[in-house]
Design a protein around this ligand. Sequence first.
Ligand code: PMT
Length: 319
Amino acid sequence: MAEPRISSIDGKLAEEFAVPSHVEEVKEKMSAFAMDHVAAGRRVVLITSGGTKVPLESRTVRFLDNFSSGRRGAASAEYFIDSGYAVIFLHRHRSLYPYTRTFSTINMLDALQLRSGEAASEVVVNQQVLPNIAQVLTRYQEVKDSRLLLPIEFNTLSEYLHLLKAAAQALSTIGSKAMFYLAAAVSDFYIPASEMPEHKIQSSNGPLQLSLNMVPKILSPLVKDWAPQAFVISFKLETDATILLEKARRALDTYRHQVVVANVLDSRRGYVVVVTAETQAELLLTEEDVKNEVEIEERIVSNLTTAHNKFITQQVGGQ
Ligand code: PMT
């Protein structure tokens, strides 16, 4: 068997981004999860979700963050499970989570009531605050009992990069049955471990000037080296709609993966373009869809599961 290629990004990752202590343990967990589900006839999708945190000090007081709520990743996880996939959910700690996301804006104490006339321990759910709780709880428990969702948390950019690499290597054993759905908003800038001050930066030293290095584009080794047979989807986010599609096409040309889902910050909940080397599909929610609480993630997942089917058939046909 050919030796795996060692890319320069592997070296950079090892030198400049602190390796999380539990990475090997998590890798084994992901590998076992993938093998078990594929043996049971399922496909496996790795979803990344939420924003990465970039520390400015190693004993971190301050950090750079971004806007991502994790809603796209969390909603998509539910639709992938409904479509028969097992999901590894690599998400930012405390970003939106599948199933509980529906209740994220509710104050827990407003959702509970003491049953009048009974002991204080008798607490019931206020059905007016949580009208659909029974339905969501039933689905959540089914998914939990079937072990269809493997949650893995990250906080910092370093954790994200190392855990994504571990996931890619863990899923390489299931070849084209693996899908990567890279919806996380990943920082493009960081301070290398060797240049980071240990202690809190002092304001008494005057105005702060930061010099940030470029984060290596992790898509490149993922597609070429770590999981070369997988079906890979990246996301392209812009605030200027006029450059979006050109940037999406350029990403496909550069990384040679299968799909880019292109979205603009302000309209991301109702409109995306799914771009492949040969096609371009606009997915749009109408006013009627919004009234009926249809989510754009349902459309995205439906489009991608169909494309993944085709991809697998072509790979098998091509062997
Ligand atoms: O979480 P929500 O609030 O619901 O919002 C969803 C979303 C807008 C975050 C999501 O739809 C989205 O667009 N995510 C990708 C945002 C982003 O980081 O885009 P980018 O242009 O910086 O990166 C493009 C792709 O390259 C991404 O798939 C990213 O995973 C990947 N990348 C980025 C940086 C890096 N160093 N290496 C990478 O591989």
